[in-house]
Design a binder for this molecule. Structure first.
Ligand SMILES: Cc1ncc(C[n+]2csc(CCOP(=O)(O)OP(=O)(O)O)c2C)c(N)n1
Ligand SMILES: CC(=O)[C@@H](O)[C@H](O)COP(=O)(O)O
Ligand SMILES: [Mg+2]
Length: 593
């Protein structure tokens, strides 16, 4: 039987009457609980450790869920989940069928708003506060907790700008730990550093200038001070900003010292904090590293190459170019829209700009892709990482919409490499000469080729490749779905295998009409497979093609259906969507009878 204080807290009501000593004990226990859980189950670590005091103070002082609390991004909300009735299911965090690694409205009444993408909290909370005012609900509190990297994003500033004239009961808590996933960047970060060291005279305070009542900087690890500050802020009307200084990874030495690695460290030893040793076996590279390392190789020879990432230098591996060519590779912070238009501006000047954005985060820069890049036919090279499902981060982070949302835009070429070597050659070919926008989409994780650093080969951006001859059914795969198809074919008996032809489509847009017409002529049955949403995706593009040419072939489209895939391992999600080798082989067998 567990005797900890934490095990007596089943909802925030249980911590309302606790003394400061008990709340301090609870803070320690909460940190230990998070460390133990993440050490074995993985997930985001540093951010939640950094806000343990704040989390307890918020639920102690405010009347959640009546008072509305929104965690920006939400990767720091583990403590909030544990204190709001999810302690005993926390071992299911991020796994298939378990609780989400991010706040989710359908999961708990304490999750006032779902998050995952950054910088949405102030807008959402302002919306709630305005609704409360309209309903005459004047005592309700509305609180947004936002990190220093996330508040620098355009959307957060749009919300601050509006909130400052809104006369709403709104509290923005800036959790300033001077780092995002990677160190924070930009002039605002310099301003915060100055404020945290010198304090901010009123006349010089950016938030006061926006009509917020500013309080801070306050030590975000001094529980007593946070509690008394929150209590006094409760009675102040109008928009308020509390500036807390915290340490990411607080309470675990390694996480404090290596904040980038311990943002989401994978499994580690909960007692020593040491990461699990890496396997001795040489593994194929991650696609992100193929991108990052190849770009350095290319940039060594081509001075026009520029790299841009919005806040993901480590995740995208652009960090390698930032180290090698700091004057030509830029982390612009959480600013996807700016990243795209910045790339467009550079492209007007003849530079070969590689703009690397996770598929899910590119959603935020859709207008810039259309209006600033494609409409002007500027040859920006979009490297779209984390395309397809990403696994445990779940619905907010899957990159399944990019094919559908990009392929309807004129001028853009869309490529999907089936392996590391193809990605490398696409990057090589892209920087040779390009007169139109290009998108190269590739998934999270590793491919299968150990020997990927082969001499560069120019590859055509207008045709795919026949991977396997066959006589009855043609399978057209997009990108690394070629692995799934190859594995599916291996599950068949030899006779059936001989009936299956497999094409790597490679160029999603524009379609290779000539090759496709030949395929449609040779095979009555065609199966397409993609790691994206079916609606508007590659298969649907092929249906449009068939309709245009009055082709009556039987076409089966495999991909994600019209629901948001949830969290789980990538293999589990493929299985559910019918994209596992076994499920694909079943479809093939059905078509063969
Ligand atoms: C729109 C968007 N871009 C990028 C990310 C990836 N991302 C997740 S957390 C994070 C850093 C957030 O830093 P900060 O707001 O300072 O919070 P902290 O992790 O320090 O608590 C980034 C870039 C995201 N979630 N959403
Ligand atoms: C919280 C967040 O949005 C990121 O930390 C995200 O989890 C990164 O995902 P990768 O692990 O794929 O880089
Ligand atoms: Mg931060």
């Amino acid at each position: 039987m567990d005797k900890t204080l934490l095990h007596t807290i089943n909802s925030p009501a249980d911590l309302k009457e606790l003394s400061l000593d008990k709340l301090l004990q609870l803070t320690q226990e909460l940190r230990n609980f998070i460390i133990n859980a993440v050490a074995t189950k993985e997930g985001h670590l540093g951010a939640s450790l950094g806000v343990a005091e704040l989390t307890i103070a918020l639920h102690h002082v405010f009347d959640t869920p009546n008072d509305l609390l929104v965690w920006d991004v939400g990767h720091q909300a583990y403590g909030h989940k544990i204190l709001t009735g999810r302690r005993d299911v926390f071992d299911t965090n991020r796994i298939l069928g378990g609780i989400s690694g991010f706040p989710k409205m359908e999961e708990s009444i304490y999750d006032a708003f779902g998050t995952g993408h950054s910088s949405t909290a102030i807008s959402a909370v302002l919306g709630m506060a305005m609704a409360s005012r309209l309903k005459g609900n004047l005592n309700k509190q509305h609180i947004a907790v936002v990190g220093d990297a996330s508040i620098a994003s355009g959307m957060a500033f749009e919300a601050l700008n509006h909130a400052g004239v809104s006369n709403t009961n709104l509290l923005v808590i800036l959790n300033d730990n001077a780092i995002g996933i990677d160190p924070s960047v930009g002039a605002l970060k310099n301003y915060f550093t100055k404020v945290s060291l010198d304090g901010a005279p009123d006349s010089d305070n950016i938030f006061e200038a926006l009509n917020f009542k500013y309080t801070g900087p306050v030590d975000g690890h001094n529980l007593a001070e946070i509690i008394s500050t929150l209590k006094s802020l409760k009675s102040i009307e109008g928009p308020k900003l509390l500036h807390l200084i915290t340490k990411k990874g607080k309470g675990l030495k390694q996480a404090e010292e290596n904040q980038v690695k311990y943002h989401a460290p994978g499994k580690f030893n909960a007692i020593t904090g040491e990461l699990h040793p890496k396997s001795e076996t040489k593994l194929p590279p991650k696609f992100q590293d193929v991108f990052g390392l190849t770009l350095v190789e290319l940039a060594n020879k081509n001075n026009d190459i520029i790299g841009i990432t919005p806040a993901m230098p480590t995740g995208s591996s652009l960090k390698y170019m930032m180290e090698a060519f700091p004057e030509r590779a830029f982390d612009v912070g959480i600013a996807e829209q700016h990243a795209v238009t910045l790339a467009a501006g550079m492209a007007t000047q003849g530079l070969a700009v590689f703009c690397n954005i996770y598929s899910t985060f590119l959603q935020r820069a859709y207008d810039q892709v259309i209006h600033d890049v494609c409409l002007q036919k500027l040859p920006v090279i979009f490297c779209i990482d984390r395309a397809g499902v990403v696994g445990e981060d779940g619905a907010t982070h899957h990159g399944i919409f990019d094919i559908a949302f990009l392929r309807c835009i004129p001028n853009i070429i869309i490529l999907a490499p089936r392996n590391e070597e193809e990605l490398r050659n696409m990057l090589f070919t892209a920087q040779l000469a390009l007169d139109t926008p290009l998108a190269i989409r590739y998934p999270r994780g590793r491919g299968r080729e150990l020997n990927w650093e082969k001499p560069f080969k120019k590859i055509p951006f207008y045709e795919g490749e026949l991977l396997k001859q066959g006589s009855k059914i043609a399978i057209l795969s997009v990108g690394t779905m070629a692995y799934q198809v190859g594995d599916a074919i291996k599950l068949l008996d030899t006779e059936s295998q001989n009936l299956i032809a497999h094409y790597d489509i490679r160029v999603i847009k524009p379609l290779d009409n000539k090759a496709l017409l030949a395929i449609f002529q040779k095979f009555n049955t065609i199966i397409t497979i993609e790691d994206g949403i079916k609606a508007g995706g590659f298969g649907s593009y092929l249906l449009e093609f068939a309709s245009e040419y009055h082709l009556k072939n039987e076409i089966t489209i495999l991909g994600f259906s019209d629901i948001f895939p949830q969290q789980g391992s990538i293999d589990e999600l493929y299985e559910i969507a019918g994209l596992s080798p076994i499920k694909i082989s079943e479809v093939i067998l059905e078509k063969l009878v």
